[in-house]
Ligand binder design. Structure first.
Ligand SMILES: NC(=O)c1ccc[n+]([C@@H]2O[C@H](COP(=O)([O-])OP(=O)(O)OC[C@H]3O[C@@H](n4cnc5c(N)ncnc54)[C@H](OP(=O)(O)O)[C@@H]3O)[C@@H](O)[C@H]2O)c1
Length: 252
């Protein structure tokens, strides 16, 4: 379907790879007018060429830049708060300050700032949808204090924002994936041997397109339906799944 001027406007953060890129592609293909945000210009240029969406080079930790972007775009119908990262081999006891602040600033604070930017127009127009990409790590205990804390906050942001917005017509959905085959683990695990371990742990990972389909479903249901939360994970993954044990540094 070709995007029409009346098509809903979607803002997706972290759209240069993985779940964000797949979602931008799916939604643009379904006729939404997609604005895709990330830091890597080259990847965004490729996305613009293949998916036909509008791209913006931006670090979501730059709050003023996020606010300015929303001002530039105008009313947003769907915000997909997807930009995020983990530091899975940085247990809190030996994490750097940058490990802590980068994860929290990207996964939590930026998601709140983006929502703060789009919500007034959504409330005024009595329609809109905030989709937060959470994680199994936000719902179940994992030996990953920093990432788990950030995604636990996304879980609570989603439930409480939904209550704050009751009566406004604005919907809130949290998507909680288990392991998805993206570049996430390249960023989250610095040691290449450990990365290889997790890649070869025998779990048939979900594809980013499968997560994008869940998002497409959640935003496509009739407006009187709010999909609160979707959990999806590989069939062979337990809750949480394989993680590095911070005590003996092994993959459990
Ligand atoms: N993969 C999994 O197993 C899994 C499971 C559960 C939840 N998730 C969540 O899914 C979301 C997407 O991750 P993914 O798996 O698709 O990994 P990914 O391929 O590494 O994608 C992460 C995206 O976030 C963007 N990003 C990171 N920091 C940013 C910043 N400061 N400003 C703007 N964009 C930023 C990256 O783009 P640039 O580097 O170009 O900025 C990239 O487009 C994350 O929130 C992640 O926590 C992933």
């Amino acid at each position: 379907m070709t995007a029409l001027s009346t098509s809903p406007v979607v803002l997706i953060t972290g759209a240069s790879s993985g779940i964000g890129a797949a979602t931008a592609t799916r939604l643009a293909g379904a006729g939404y007018r997609v604005h895709a945000v990330a830091r890597r210009r080259g990847r965004l240029d490729e996305l613009a060429a293949t998916a036909g969406c509008t791209t913006h080079v931006l670090d979501v930790r730059d709050h003023q830049a996020l606010l300015d972007l929303v001002e530039l775009i105008g009313p947003v119908d769907v915000l997909v708060n997807n930009a995020g990262l983990g530091r899975l081999d940085a247990p809190l006891a030996r994490a750097s300050l940058d490990d802590i602040t980068r994860v929290i600033d990207t996964n939590v604070t930026a998601a709140m700032v983006a929502a703060r930017a789009v919500l007034p127009a959504m409330i005024e127009r009595r329609r809109g949808h905030v989709v937060n990409i959470g994680s199994m790590a936000g719902l179940y205990p994992l030996p990953s204090a920093i990432y788990g804390t950030s995604k636990g906050a996304v879980y609570r942001l989603s439930t409480n924002l939904r209550l704050e917005l009751r009566g406004t017509g604005v919907r809130v959905t949290e998507i909680c994936p288990g392991r998805v085959s993206t570049e996430f683990y390249d960023v989250a695990i610095t040691d290449p041997h450990r990365r290889a371990d997790i890649k070869h742990s025998g779990v048939d990972e979900i594809t980013p397109e499968e997560v994008a389909d869940a998002i497409l479903y959640a935003i496509g249901v009739p407006r009187h339906v709010n999909v609160n939360r979707i959990e999806l994970q590989p069939t062979e993954q337990t809750y949480g799944g394989a993680q590095f044990d911070p005590v003996d540094d092994t993959l459990k």
